[in-house]
Write a protein that binds this ligand. Structure first.
Ligand code: NOJ
Length: 568
């Protein structure tokens, strides 16, 4: 039996200087941890996570071994879509803190050697944004209306929406306004909730404003932006009808008149110039749901953004053939543009992978707990596979604790706007947004300062055993597996951005690949089947998602649903 051997102690990361120059390509193999501010750490006991809370937990992230932190939106917002409805792009919502808190958070992170990436929401604002409110107040003649998509309705009295587009959250993508004199007025476009009107990116003021917002946060010292709905800002001329009865089925599978239009790339070329004006390699990462990885590659051409989430990988099930196919296609697609692949398994919009893989294949919105043990086993293995691939990887808060989705939240606590619109694509996103457990035996398990205190979504009682405190020091825990994996990834010269993947022969249902560097070689074996599989041991075990990998003589037993890392 070879136990996990990884030494989890790591040298302290060097502070990140504002003019850092020795950072060439840091993002090419960075491990970036997504913090969902509502649910990470609540410093003032109001049940809602906040910036001082995040700041107090930065040493945890440093010790976990990540390179950077992506913060979901913390801007002034009525929270119609958990902050993805921004009313003021230069202000912190009081529920999360102040601009001074943001400044202190960025400085502390840099001191600890962690970079900070903030969310940017350029496709739409909140309906409470000053521009939109004035456009409504000033009526149809207001020039401010051109900053959004206002249109007269169809039908005799304009009673029908201007086209047949549907909101991703369900229902028509248009809402009718009332004129200042209370007569029925024009309609406005919102691809998401009615509280999220889409900007008109043909209007120069919109483009100017976002260039200025970029500079505002770059001047604050952020290291990059995760760009929300990065494929959505440009709409096909004339806003043509789609004509299909089931538009949600087309999303992500086809080019839509409102998604993945070629015009968006002009925006990123302009933004790249701004990012490059700043020292230290500031980056942009696209949240672009495109039909193919090849189209995703367009977002990371040399003069555009740096990274784009690989959602085809996120959508792949725990199956050797499917995984190999998506890995090959991803690496092949990124090679011509010389961009890293940006792997991701979980985020705040999809069912956590520990729950997805415990259910039968069924997409990224799963509503049943499935087989928890199997799900966790596979999730641990899937993470080790992801971290062994060339490129960058994103982790979503709580996956390092092996958290499942909370599938039994009562309806009355849910906040996902699409839940209330019923016809929506993904109304169950609250299940992956439950505040994470840090310590103690009573909810909110250290998320807030007081045992018995509130949390905006209730945590399951079993989460006491999944807290950071409960898992720390337990060699079989998922947290220690993540800590070890990140330490090994840093130490192994063949891991990270560098070496290509060379596939080796492997029994059915398993995968074996090798990565070679001048300083040494690395092999990753994956068993996606429900049975142990005996193979020739390719080297010395570095780490195993199953806790250990049995090696006898030349033979090794790959446990069911497991990944092993080997040094050759
Ligand atoms: C993608 C974000 O990740 C999601 O949470 C949000 O609802 C939509 N964009 C709309 O902003």
């Amino acid at each position: 039996m070879t136990q996990n051997l990884a030494d989890t102690s790591r040298p302290a990361a060097a502070p990140i200087a504002a003019n850092a120059s020795a950072t060439r390509g840091w993002w090419r193999d960075a491990v970036i941890y997504q913090v969902y501010p509502r649910s990470f750490a609540d410093s003032n006991g109001d049940g809602m996570g906040d910036l001082p809370g995040i700041r107090s937990r930065l040493p945890y992230l440093r010790d976990l071994g990540v390179d950077a932190v992506w913060l979901s939106p913390f801007y002034a917002s009525p929270q119609a879509d958990a902050g993805y409805d921004v009313a003021d792009y230069r202000a912190v919502d009081p529920m999360f803190g102040t601009l001074l808190d943001a400044d202190a958070l960025i400085r502390d992170a840099h001191q600890l050697g962690l970079r900070i990436i903030v969310d940017l929401v350029p496709n739409h604002s909140s309906d409470q944004h000053e521009w939109f409110q004035r456009a409504l107040r000033e009526g149809p003649a207001s020039p401010l209306r051109d900053r959004y998509h206002f249109r007269p309705g169809k039908g005799e009295a304009g009673e029908l929406p201007p086209n047949d587009w549907e909101s991703i959250f369900g229902g028509p993508a248009w809402t009718r306004t009332e004129n200042p004199d209370s007569t029925p007025g024009d309609w406005y476009l919102h691809l998401f909730a009615p509280e999220q009107p889409d900007f008109n990116w043909e209007n120069a003021a919109v483009a100017d404003e976002f260039r200025s917002i970029l500079r505002f946060w770059l001047d604050m010292g952020v290291d990059g932006f995760r760009i929300d709905v990065a494929h959505g800002m440009v709409k096909a001329p004339g806003l043509p009808d789609i004509g299909s009865g089931d538009q949600l089925q087309l999303l992500g599978n086809d080019v839509m008149p409102f998604f993945d239009q070629d015009g968006v790339h002009e925006i990123y070329r302009a933004w790249r110039k701004i990012l490059d004006e700043y020292p230290g390699e500031r980056i942009g990462v696209a949240e672009a749901w495109t039909p193919t990885v090849q189209r995703t590659a367009n977002y990371v051409r040399a003069d555009e953004l740096h990274q784009a989430f690989n959602f085809q990988y996120l959508g792949a099930y725990w199956d050797a053939t499917a995984l190999r196919e998506v890995i090959d296609v991803s690496l092949d697609s990124m090679r011509p543009v010389d961009a890293p692949t940006t792997w991701v398994l979980s985020n705040h919009d999809v069912t956590r992978h520990a729950t997805r893989f415990g259910n039968l294949p069924g997409g990224t919105q799963i509503r049943t707990p499935g087989n928890r043990e199997q799900g966790l086993r596979r999730a641990r293995a899937a993470t080790l596979l992801m971290l062994a691939l060339p490129g960058s990887a994103y982790l979503y808060q709580g996956e390092e604790l092996g958290l499942p989705d909370v599938t039994d939240l009562p309806d009355e606590v849910r906040q996902d706007p699409s839940f209330f619109r019923k016809a929506g694509q993904d109304g169950y996103r609250d299940g992956c947004r439950v505040p994470i457990p840090w310590s103690g035996t009573e909810a909110p398990y250290g998320f807030g300062p007081t045992p018995g205190g509130p949390s905006w979504l209730p945590q399951p009682a079993e989460w006491a055993q999944l807290s950071v405190e409960a898992q720390t020091g337990d060699p079989n825990s998922t947290l220690e597996l993540y800590r070890s994996a990140l330490a090994v990834r840093r130490a192994q010269p063949a891991l990270g951005a560098g070496a290509e993947v060379t596939w080796l022969d492997s029994p059915e249902g398993t995968l074996t690949f090798r990565r070679d560097s001048a300083e040494g070689s690395f092999v990753c074996t994956v068993n996606t089947t429900a049975e142990p599989v005996t193979v020739i041991a390719p080297g010395t075990v570095l780490l195993s998602s199953a806790g250990s990998t049995e090696v006898t003589g030349a033979k090794a037993v790959l446990e069911a649903d497991s990944t092993t890392w080997w040094e050759v």
